[in-house]
Design a protein around this ligand. Structure first.
Ligand SMILES: [Fe+2]
Length: 366
């Protein structure tokens, strides 16, 4: 067992109406930039609530609503310039993983007028505006992490920025904002959260605190996913998925992710597969390989989820995501190279090699 080194400075405020009831935005300054995508922040009702609160608090604000799925670093750069123009004191990210990750990058770009977009990966930054994160999905975990995952055209892939400065100051978890999330997206984001918990559970950086959080998240989200595959989705389930996914986010803030995420990124970049769905193609194989080193943890996962074995786990994922992608041999080779260029092969308790990653992709070559 590793020594404990857990750190997470994000204040979590949860419960129905928690944003509406918050009276202290003024503590963060008198000008804000709201960062969101075009529709989710509006449809969920979160944007209207925030606007009202800012108006009541006499905080001036602009809305940057051009954040795309898997946000490009250039889009965040553009929003950073707007933040400087309006002299924003803080950034409010509203949405799923994409707007929340983007909000963190915007907070950095706002402080560095001389940056080129990709400097965020190359130059060590020492300041960022405070970020307030308001989630509208249950999966990303971004509301409680120090990561910003951005899409980079020059490498044709996603790339991660990590800094303690990127932890949001506050994460608001209001389950009401997840009510408008479509069923398919609810499944995909739940799988993402389950992957965070499982990948973190087998990380070499795991410790007793992250394991306790991972086990709780696996129980909540794993059982929640089983309910979803039975067609159940009510207010209580939405709330528990939201809490479970945030707990899973606290896990990866400590541990990072494993090869599941690295393998999923090219599918998202090149094939447009949603992040959680892309992860679903690899999580069962990940679990099987990790069990070679930590069979005890594998068995614990089944117990926490209320299933018996690997067959049950695979069936659950197959039912949750029935339509599987088909890859060409060339793509499988190309994606394997991309995974091997990341540091995810050696970050878990069982080290996989290029051959294993290729074999995993090859299952999808028809
Ligand atoms: Fe993820």
């Amino acid at each position: 067992m590793n020594n404990i080194a857990y750190y997470n400075p994000t204040k979590v405020i949860s419960g129905e109406g928690c944003v509406k009831n918050f009276q202290n935005f003024r503590d963060f300054g008198k000008s804000a930039l709201i960062v969101c995508s075009h529709s989710a922040a509006r449809i969920s009702g979160a944007l209207d609530d925030v606007r009202l609160l800012l108006n009541n608090a006499k905080i001036s604000f602009e809305i940057f609503d051009k954040i795309e799925q898997n946000p490009f670093v250039e889009t965040c750069y553009e929003a950073g310039a707007l933040a400087r123009e309006i002299k924003a004191d803080f950034i409010i990210g509203i949405g799923g993983g994409s707007p929340l990750d983007a909000a963190k990058a915007v907070a950095v770009f706002a402080m560095y007028p001389d940056y080129e977009p990709e400097d965020i990966f190359k130059v060590e930054f020492t300041k960022a505006l405070p970020v307030i994160a308001i989630g509208t999905t249950a999966g990303t975990g971004s509301e409680v992490t120090q990561y910003s995952i951005l899409t980079v055209r020059s490498i044709e892939n996603k790339k991660s920025v990590a800094s303690p400065l990127l932890f949001p100051k506050i994460a608001f978890l209001d389950p009401v904002y997840t009510h408008t999330l479509p069923f398919e997206s609810t499944i995909a984001t739940a799988i993402d959260a389950l992957c965070h918990a499982i990948e973190g559970y087998f990380s070499l950086k795991a410790d007793e605190v992250s394991d306790a959080l991972a086990e709780k998240a696996i129980e909540i989200v794993g059982r929640g996913l089983i309910s979803l595959t039975r067609g159940k989705l009510d207010t209580d389930l939405r709330q528990s998925l939201l809490y479970g996914s945030t707990i899973a986010g606290m896990v990866i803030a400590q541990t990072g992710t494993g090869f599941v995420h690295a393998a999923g990124y090219p599918l998202t970049y090149f094939d447009g597969i949603p992040h959680g769905t892309a992860n679903s193609y690899f999580i069962a194989d990940f679990l099987e390989y990790m069990s070679l080193a930590r069979e005890d943890k594998e068995k614990k996962i089944y117990k926490l989820m209320g299933i018996s074995n690997m067959n049950d786990f695979r069936s659950l994922i197959d039912i949750a995501v029935p339509n599987r992608i088909t890859l060409t041999r060339e793509k499988a080779q190309q994606y394997t190279k991309s995974v091997c260029a990341s540091r995810h092969l050696t970050s878990s308790v069982f080290t996989v090699n290029e051959e294993i990653i290729y074999d995993i992709y090859k299952q999808y070559v028809k």
